[in-house]
Design a protein around this ligand. Structure first.
Ligand SMILES: *Cc1c(COP(=O)(O)O)cnc(C)c1O
Length: 411
C-alpha cells in the first residue's frame, strides 16, 4: 500500500514536465550552482507571504523574522529589508542580523543559556535582550552596569498555556524558556528600579499551528496575560511580542492556516484592549510560515535497486541536509513531505518507491512508499517545503559527505 504525501506548494509550476522554480528550470539552476545536492530558495514566494501578512494585519502588528528558520546569508540579507525586525537566538545570529543591515533597535535576542559574552555583545550592540530567567537578568544588569550602558531588556514570559495543533492546551508547565508568569511582575519592577530600558514582554506559546482558532485563542490569552502582568508590575509595556506559531501544510490532509481569520480576530481584540496596552506596539515573529514553502531541496538519484518487493531510489543527498523530511526533527510519527521527479512533473504516477539518502543509517529515509512517475539513475528528485529548518537544522557533518549547495533566486 502506497502512502500519501503532503501538498506541493502552488507556486511550483512545470514546463514540458520540468519543475520551474521562480520561472527557471530546475536543471538549469543545478547547472548554475555546479551540481547537487542543492537548496534553492525563491524570494518571490517569501515576498508573497510577507505581502499576505501585511494586507491581513495592516498596522495592527509588526512582522519579525525568526532567523533560525533559515539563516542562509543572501536570504537573510534580502528578508531583513522586507520585515520590521529580526529575532535572533545566539550572538552568531545577532552578528548576521546586524551585518544584514537591521537596526539594533529592531533586533531581539532570545534563547536560553546566553553566555556573559553574548549578553555583553547584545548590550553593546543595543539590541533588545529577551530575558529567559532571573539569573540571566542579574547577569545582564551587572554587565550593563560595568559597561555603563542602559540595557534594552524585555522579559520572556512562560505562559500558563500552549498552542497545540488541535486547540490550545492550558497549563504550559515547567519550561527552560521564559520566566513563569507569576514571577514576571516582580522581575519587571526590578529591571525598572535598576534603571534598565524595559521594553516589554515576549510571549511565545508554540509553533506549527494550522488551526486559526488555536492561534486566535493563544493571541487573546497572550494579550490578557500581558495586560495583567503590566497592571501587576505597575508599568505599561512599550512592546509586546505575541510570538508566532503560524504553520504550513507538510502532510497529506493538512489544511492551510487561515491567516486572515487570525488577523481579523487580533484586530477585534486590540480594539477592546485594556487601557494599559493603549500605547503598546505589537509584534508577530514568524519563521517557517515566511520561508518554509519558499525552498526546495534537489538531489540526484545515484542508484536504483530492488530489495524483496520494494524499489529504492538512493540519492546523493539525505537527512544530513534535510533532517526534517526524514521525520527525525521532533516528529512523533514519520510522514511523507511532498516529493516529485523534477523532470516528470505532472505525469501520472507509475510505481511505488522509497527514496533514501546516502547515509549508512536506516534513519535516512526521505520518502516512504510513495507513488511517482518512473525515475532512473541520474534523475533529480525534488523535496518541497525545504525553506525552513532545512540545512541549518540538519547534522551536516554526520558521515562526512559533501556539503549541500544553497542558492537564492528572485531576491
Ligand atoms: C523558533 C522560534 C520562532 C519561529 O518559529 P516558527 O515555527 O518557525 O515560526 C519564533 N519565536 C521563537 C521564540 C522561536 O524560538
Amino acid at each position: 500500500m502506497s502512502k500519501p504525501m503532503g501538498p506541493i506548494p502552488p507556486e511550483f509550476a512545470a514546463q514540458q514536465g520540468m519543475l520551474r522554480i521562480g520561472g527557471q528550470p530546475a536543471d538549469a539552476l543545478i547547472a548554475e550552482a555546479g551540481g547537487t545536492p542543492l537548496f534553492v530558495y525563491d524570494a518571490a514566494i517569501a515576498a508573497a507571504r510577507i505581502a499576505r501578512f501585511r494586507s491581513a494585519f495592516g498596522d495592527s502588528a509588526g512582522l519579525h523574522y525568526a532567523m533560525k528558520a533559515n539563516p542562509y546569508r543572501p536570504f537573510l540579507n534580502w528578508i531583513a529589508k522586507e520585515v520590521d525586525g529580526l529575532d535572533v537566538a545566539s550572538a552568531g545570529e545577532m552578528r548576521a542580523a546586524l551585518a544584514a543591515g537591521m537596526n539594533a533597535r529592531h533586533i531581539s535576542f532570545a534563547g536560553p543559556g546566553k553566555r556573559d559574552a553574548e549578553l555583553q555583545a547584545g548590550i553593546e550592540a543595543g539590541v533588545t535582550i529577551n530575558l529567559e530567567s532571573e539569573g540571566e537578568a542579574n547577569r545582564a544588569l551587572s554587565i550593563a552596569a560595568r559597561l555603563g550602558i542602559c540595557p534594552r531588556l524585555a522579559v520572556r514570559v512562560n505562559p500558563d498555556f500552549e498552542i497545540k495543533g488541535s486547540g490550545m492546551r492550558m497549563g504550559g508547565g515547567a519550561k527552560p524558556f521564559g520566566v513563569d508568569a507569576a514571577r514576571v511582575p516582580a522581575l519587571v519592577r526590578r529591571l525598572i528600579d535598576a534603571g534598565a530600558d524595559w521594553r516589554g514582554f515576549h510571549i511565545f506559546a508554540g509553533s506549527q499551528a494550522l488551526k486559526a482558532e488555536a492561534l486566535i485563542e493563544a493571541q487573546a490569552a497572550s494579550l490578557a496575560l500581558a495586560a495583567d502582568l503590566a497592571e501587576q508590575a505597575g508599568s505599561a509595556p512599550p512592546l509586546v511580542n505575541l510570538g508566532g506559531g503560524f504553520g504550513i501544510s507538510y502532510m497529506a490532509g493538512d489544511t492551510p492556516l487561515d491567516v486572515e481569520a487570525v488577523a481579523i480576530a487580533l484586530k477585534e481584540n486590540l480594539n477592546k484592549q485594556p487601557q494599559i496596552l493603549a500605547n503598546t506596539e505589537f509584534i508577530i515573529e514568524l519563521g517557517r510560515w515566511l520561508v518554509g514553502e519558499a525552498g526546495v531541496y534537489l538531489t540526484r538519484i545515484v542508484d536504483r535497486k530492488n530489495s524483496h518487493d520494494k524499489t529504492f531510489l538512493i540519492v546523493d543527498g539525505g537527512m544530513h541536509h534535510q533532517l526534517a523530511a526524514s521525520g527525525n526533527f521532533g516528529q512523533v510519527v514519520r510522514r511523507n513531505y511532498p516529493v516529485a521527479v523534477a523532470a516528470r512533473m505532472g505525469l501520472d504516477a507509475e510505481e511505488e518507491v522509497s527514496i533514501v539518502g546516502c547515509l549508512c543509517t536506516p534513519l535516512d529515509r526521505l520518502a516512504d512508499d510513495v507513488m511517482l512517475p518512473r525515475a532512473d539513475v541520474g534523475d533529480i528528485i525534488v523535496l518541497f517545503l525545504a525553506g525552513a529548518y532545512g540545512l541549518s537544522a540538519s547534522p551536516q557533518a554526520f558521515l562526512s559527505h559533501e556539503p549541500a549547495r544553497e542558492m537564492l533566486i528572485g531576491g
